[in-house]
Design a protein around this ligand. Structure first.
Ligand code: URA
Length: 203
């Protein structure tokens, strides 16, 4: 795996060419952000939707608007955090990404993690959670912080789009954001940036 990237933009431009994801045949473009997060918080969603596909930026539609509102409730704005997806291209009709599609974007996401070395990874929905903590149910594990072999804590949340379809989940998401804030507030020392390249490449 190539590891000598100088910027996120370089990572995305490299993997937009060097990936075997079949979804790129039907998608308008890859979807990504290029500014590292000042807060050290990295959110991972599932896959881009229609608006994201058109604009080339993650979470710019209805789910993104809700995500921004949730961030504001804990004193952050979208510019303070980094948002990405397990899969960088829109699946047709917004279907779930297949295992193969997720696998083909795996090194791309690893490169983002390696470059950013986030303080915490927040997974939005079951596809992102499954990438780090396999075989757990989102309905049981949301709001929980998981230890991960890399040393980067992984915090599970519902996907904001799920709460747009099922308003009962809005309260869970609001509570989970409050828990995330407590975690960030009580973290006295900045997380040691000691993750080795090998650790992250194992992900
Ligand atoms: N849902 C996602 O999982 N990702 C996006 O970028 C937008 C909606």
């Amino acid at each position: 795996m190539k590891t000598d990237f100088k910027s996120l933009k370089e990572i995305h431009e490299y993997y937009a060419v060097n990936n075997s994801c079949e979804l790129k045949k039907s998608a308008t473009q890859p979807v990504y952000e290029i500014i590292p997060p000042s807060s050290g918080i990295l959110f991972i969603g599932e896959a881009p939707g229609k608006n994201e596909d058109l604009q080339g930026r993650p979470f710019v539609g209805a789910a993104g608007k809700f995500l921004n509102e949730l961030l504001n409730t804990i004193g952050y704005t979208r510019d303070d955090v980094y948002v990405t997806n397990v899969v960088k291209y829109r699946p047709p009709e917004n279907r779930d990404p297949s295992d193969e599609e997720k696998d083909s974007c795996r090194v791309w996401l690893n490169a983002e993690l390696l470059f950013i070395k986030p303080k915490v990874i927040v997974t939005l929905g079951r596809h992102a959670l499954g990438r780090f903590v396999p075989n757990v149910s989102i309905s049981i594990s949301h709001g929980e912080m998981f230890e991960h072999p890399t040393g980067i804590p992984v915090f599970a949340m519902y996907h904001p789009a799920a709460a747009l379809y099922n308003p009962n989940l809005r309260k869970d998401l609001a509570n989970d954001f409050a828990k995330l804030k407590s975690f960030l507030d009580t973290e006295k020392q900045p997380t040691e940036k000691s993750k080795t390249i090998d650790d992250i490449l194992k992900l």
